[in-house]
Design a protein around this ligand. Structure first.
Ligand SMILES: [Zn+2]
Ligand SMILES: [Zn+2]
Length: 427
């Protein structure tokens, strides 16, 4: 292998391979592939290269670290914060070791849910600056991301080249930007009123690529959204439900239906991506969609990450207080007597757990988040029965009532009555 070219800032690895191919003077891409990966049939997609560990071994002096290549020269940092942490780890491992990139498979539908860019893009001003600085232009990864039609640096329209983005066509072909520039490309264009939105998408995309954030977990992201929706009046106070009619109308009004449809981001009345994003935090959604929702809420990737890292107490997965006392033995049963809720996180599930303590001594917890109104009246586990409850139990012990009837009156199961009665004897 001849020496590998220095990789430029934000350069797609594919672009560096193309420059290597030119420097090598190889006739076929397969020869280049053999030199780079010790394997002529490595399938290197533009988005997700493969066998990076082998590549760094092949490069003389082993000057590159595969993890660094992944973070700085692939689209992994764009997707990683929005998929479950274990899937992000698997993705990185796949790119390091597998011959044929199954990264697309791991990302699944997440990667393909929005309107794909079918060709490689570039920015005229970046081309000019890079030629001055490095003597040649190169493919930048930020320009290839879906929804990015303005250069994040220069804020001007990107240009669509003639080079196909589709894996199958370019699988064994490495084409440098300098080469592609010999044919005129086609400038992007969107109506003026969408410029602010496009600008926001470009900035957020660049932020993701530059910051290599790890996934905070889909549930945390969802809790963040719910708390913001609540603050913006999109959640019914009483029932804790999303006000879909209002939300959808407002969301469409914010972006305009034409713009959303241009990005394959239409939101229908039911079962749209927005419904999935807010209702099923377990299903990963395309980062562009998260960016659209963040923009609508007046937030950003950065503000979201900051708030999540400050801790779960920032959110209100159990709605706003006061909460009901669920002590059946108390005369204030079901009344809103509890003013604070302590939130912790289930060690296994990662779900928020709320603990509610009433002045009567009754303490209960449940795992959340609360989704429907009746969740507010659900006891997950009783942590303390408290004096009022114990007193009632003691009174009942003197009555001639079956444990089952007592249990019903006390709001617990018969075994608990029996167990608690035994404890009573020792008091
Ligand atoms: Zn530019
Ligand atoms: Zn109480």
């Amino acid at each position: 292998m001849i020496s590998f070219p220095s990789i430029y800032p934000d350069e797609l690895l594919y672009s560096a391979f193309a420059r290597y191919h030119r420097n090598s003077g190889n006739e076929s891409s397969r020869e280049t592939m053999k030199e780079l990966f010790d394997n002529p049939s490595t399938c290197s997609s533009i988005w997700f290269p493969s066998q990076l560990t082998e590549l760094t071994r092949q490069i003389p002096g082993q000057v590159y670290d595969p993890d660094e290549l992944i973070q700085k020269h692939t689209l992994i940092p764009y997707f990683a914060p929005f998929i479950p942490p274990e899937r992000a780890t698997r993705l990185v491992e796949t790119i390091k070791t597998y011959v044929s990139s199954s990264a697309n498979m791991i990302l699944g539908r997440t990667a393909f849910a929005v309107k794909p860019k079918l060709r490689l893009f570039y920015c005229d001003l970046c081309v000019r600056e890079d030629r001055e600085k490095y003597g040649e232009a190169y493919w930048r990864r930020s320009h290839q991301v879906e929804g990015v039609y303005l250069c994040p640096v220069h804020h001007n329209w990107l240009v669509q080249s003639k080079i196909s983005h589709q894996m199958r066509l370019s699988r064994y072909r490495y084409i440098m930007l300098e080469h592609a520039l010999q044919e005129a490309g086609e400038s992007c264009f969107f109506p003026n009123q969408t410029l602010d939105h496009l600008q926001f998408i470009s900035e957020q995309t660049q932020f993701l690529l530059d910051n290599q954030l790890s996934s905070p977990g889909l549930l945390n992201i969802s809790l963040f959204y719910i708390s913001k929706l609540r603050r913006n009046g999109f959640i019914y106070q009483a029932s804790n439900r999303i006000r879909w009619d209002k939300l959808l109308a407002s969301f469409k009004g914010h972006y305009g239906e034409a713009f959303l449809s241009e990005l394959n981001g239409e939101v229908g009345k039911e079962d749209s991506w927005l419904h999935k994003l807010l209702r099923k935090p377990r299903v990963a959604c395309h980062p562009l969609r998260h960016i659209l929702l963040l923009g609508f809420l007046g937030e950003s990737v950065e503000s979201m990450m900051n708030e999540i890292s400050k801790g779960s107490n920032q959110f209100d997965p159990f709605g706003q207080g006061p909460w009901p006392c669920l002590n059946k033995a108390a005369d204030h049963y079901m009344e809103q007597t509890i003013t604070s809720c302590k939130i912790t996180r289930g060690s296994k599930t990662g779900k928020p757990v709320g603990t509610f303590a009433c002045n009567c001594g009754f303490v209960y917890s449940r795992s959340g988040p609360d989704i429907i109104e009746s969740d507010r009246y659900r006891v997950g586990r009783v942590k303390e029965f408290g004096d009022v409850w114990i007193k009632k139990l003691a009174e009942m012990s003197n009555q001639d009532l079956a444990a089952r009837s007592q249990a019903k009156l006390l709001g617990c199961d018969p075994q608990t009555v029996i167990n608690q009665r035994k404890l009573l004897i020792f008091k």
